[in-house]
Design a protein around this ligand. Structure first.
Ligand code: NAP
Length: 234
């Protein structure tokens, strides 16, 4: 499903049981879920991530934004509409999403993106924890595999990144990306630029004065006109 590709929420449940909250989470908000791998134990299966140069300590799990934008830099129309994106034919390989999905084992979402995913009927698989950031109380009930987080981003991200595991997908939207970026823990951006202008909308990163130098890692051009740029935050 395309939404599962862009918003990444569609995953199949797994038969084993999850019995405890991931580190740092309010256990009251964590619902035991069926899960094949535990965020605490998965690291030994896959080993450390490649180290990074610069001021970032090697072997930390990376937090990677992987997202689609219009050519004029929006991730959704002002009312959240995504038809300009989801109505596009899904190409074979879906812009390398399968390989990326294999490289991550946790997902981060803003509460608005979570709400929209729920409205769109997305399934939240239990194999990969979904951490939804909100400053408000969590809903009375959330799907298995979803945990609401109200803790400060810096402390939460530090604990998550230094724990064992694969990389972490920052799914968006623009407000939570901005919050993470301004706190510092985002490592990479993989942006699939859709060949269309939509004129107005929700920006990739909520507007605030900032200067974030990037290092270009790669550019991929797809036959349908999508260009995928991979930047490392310097
Ligand atoms: N094109 C794509 O690939 C793509 C991908 C993802 C999302 N989207 C679209 O993006 C839109 C949503 O983006 P958005 O920017 O409006 O919202 P968002 O980032 O998804 O969610 C914003 C919410 O996150 C919470 N939040 C933000 N900063 C926080 C912080 N520092 N600590 C705790 N919670 C924090 C707040 O929740 P509370 O208000 O509950 O406190 C805030 O209202 C949707 O339309 C979605 O479809 C598109």
């Amino acid at each position: 499903m395309i939404v599962g590709g862009w918003l990444g929420a569609g995953q199949k449940p797994h038969p084993e049981n999850r019995s405890h909250a991931p580190p740092g989470l309010n256990r009251r908000l964590w619902r035991p879920a069926k899960c094949s791998t535990n965020i605490d134990t998965i690291g030994h299966l896959f080993g450390p991530n490649p180290g990074r140069k610069g001021n970032v300590v090697a072997n930390k799990r990376k937090i990677i934004v992987h997202i689609a934008t219009s050519a004029d830099g929006y991730i959704a129309r002002p009312d959240g509409d995504l038809e300009w994106l989801t109505k596009r034919p899904a190409p074979k390989g879906f812009y390398g999403i399968a390989k990326f999905m294999n490289s991550i084992d946790a997902k981060l979402l803003g509460r608005k993106t979570y709400d929209l995913s729920v409205q769109m009927g997305a399934a939240f698989g239990t194999q990969t924890p979904h951490y939804v950031f909100s400053r408000r109380p969590a809903p009375a009930s959330v799907p298995a595999g979803v945990a609401f987080v109200s803790e400060a981003i810096g402390a939460f991200a530090k604990r998550l990144r230094t724990g064992k595991g694969k990389d972490i997908w920052m799914m968006g939207g623009g407000e939570i990306i901005a919050s993470f970026l301004d706190e510092g823990p985002i490592d990479d951006f993989i942006i699939s630029v859709i060949p269309a202008f939509i004129g107005e909308g929700i920006p990739l990163i909520a507007h605030r004065h900032r200067h974030v130098p990037l290092r270009l890692q790669s550019v991929r051009r797809f036959p349908d006109g999508v260009v995928q740029v991979h930047y490392q935050v310097r």
